[in-house]
Design a protein around this ligand. Structure first.
Ligand code: ACO
Length: 367
């Protein structure tokens, strides 16, 4: 057999699949730049509407202002609420993560609203309704006059959130809004590259997000912290998990060779939230020992804390049920997905990689 194998690394490591002005991940220096600014700076001086305006403006001839985004998202949340009976129709019997997938697949163009606003506005409305359902509660109506973060929290928690809670969720939404060519953004761009619409592209992106190697990790992070339970169990539990060949959730990244910068930003947001229910020192001890153990066990592969470790602790401190963590991640990442889908469509280029065929070949052509 004489097969010409592709020289590309399997898994597309290090391959640039698109040019983008939206975000850049520097894995060696541990930097995330979104629309030209470092993530920590963005969190300090803008909220979700601000970062969404920057993302939607990226590479376009008509920049979108923050006030415009705020008004469009408020209107979109109300439209989605009016359509909830339809959207939830396909979700009966499904978990929150799977119900969210089925509901967003039912989104469609709304007159007078850009598709990106329809999508980003609908996400917290759907997540909130799915969270209320198992409690037997009615979906909480959105309030278009408040920020996206404040309204997301009130629809998830069925109460008016405090200012510190809103600030913490807003910091999370900014931090998780975009992150280079991650698996869900790549998926979104592949679908958009066929000139399918934004609804199709973003639904596909969400499906990619749900896996535990990507956006499905925070719930297992909390399960790990719960199972460890006490300080004396940290070392034996982690040593045991590594000896069994298990992956420790909230650690490791394809691009970062140092600590994920988003972990520090979120740790700061948790400290400012100062919620009585959070045992941050315990989480810090677990983190420190996991890093030490991974350095010992995988000396050739720098593996450090990723965003999901402190995401889990932050969302838990905000009393968001852990089954809703992945949809809440999608609430944030929808800003990036929609911007990437538009950028890909504008490029006009179909994404179509090749594969390395290692199967059998037919015999010589019969003459
Ligand atoms: N715990 C234990 N071992 C790990 C971990 C981890 N968290 N991460 C990587 N490793 C090990 C692998 O088992 C592998 O060991 P081996 O060579 O002996 O087989 C080695 O490190 C290299 O791993 P890769 O698979 O090459 O790393 P990759 O870049 O593909 O993985 C990933 C990145 C998927 C995030 C991985 O680190 C992982 O599974 N982490 C846990 C899940 C997680 O936290 N996911 C959220 C990621 S952040 C996000 O998507 C928002």
């Amino acid at each position: 057999m004489n097969l010409q194998l592709s020289k590309s690394p399997i898994g597309l490591d290090g391959i640039a699949a698109a040019e983008t002005v939206l975000s850049h991940v520097d894995g060696e220096r541990g930097e995330l730049i979104i629309a030209g600014e470092r993530v920590a700076d963005l969190v300090r001086h803008t909220g979700f509407e601000g970062v969404t305006a920057r993302l939607w403006s990226g590479g376009t001839a008509r920049p979108v202002g923050e006030a415009e985004v705020r008004a469009a998202l408020g209107a979109a949340r109300e439209r989605a609420f009016a359509r909830l009976p339809d959207l939830l129709g396909a979700t009966r019997g499904l978990s929150i993560v799977d119900g969210f997938r089925a509901a967003i697949a039912g989104l469609r163009a709304e007159p007078g609203l850009p598709h990106e606003a329809t999508i980003v506005g609908a996400f917290p409305v759907i997540a909130g309704a799915l969270v209320q359902r198992p409690k037997g509660g009615n979906p909480v109506a959105p309030d278009p006059t408040v920020s996206h973060a404040a309204d997301t929290l009130s629809m998830l928690l069925d109460r008016k959130p405090g200012m510190r809670e809103v600030a913490a969720l807003d910091a999370y939404l900014v931090t998780a809004s975009d992150h280079g060519m991650n698996a869900s953004t790549f998926t979104t761009r592949v679908v958009a590259s066929t000139q399918a619409d934004l609804f199709a592209a973003v639904t596909a992106g969400y499906c990619a997000l749900t896996g535990p190697l990507h956006g499905g990790a925070p719930e297992p992070v909390l399960e790990m912290l719960d199972t460890i339970g006490s300080r004396e169990r940290i070392r034996p539990w982690i040593d045991g998990a590594l000896a069994r060949g298990e992956r420790l959730m909230g650690f490791g990244h394809r691009i970062y060779r140092v600590r994920d910068p988003r972990a520090d930003v979120l740790k700061g947001a948790i400290e400012r939230l100062a919620s009585g229910g959070v045992d941050l020192p315990f989480a810090g001890e677990v983190e420190a020992y996991v890093r030490e153990a991974l350095r010992r066990e995988k000396p050739d592969r720098p593996i450090d804390t990723n965003v999901e470790f402190y995401t889990a602790i932050l969302l838990d401190a905000l009393s968001i049920p852990r089954q809703a963590f992945t949809p809440v991640f999608a609430v944030a990442r929808a800003a990036g997905w929609t911007a990437h889908a538009r950028e890909q469509q504008r490029s006009g280029r179909l994404i179509r990689p090749s594969s390395a065929y290692i199967g059998p070949m037919p015999g010589p052509v019969a003459s």
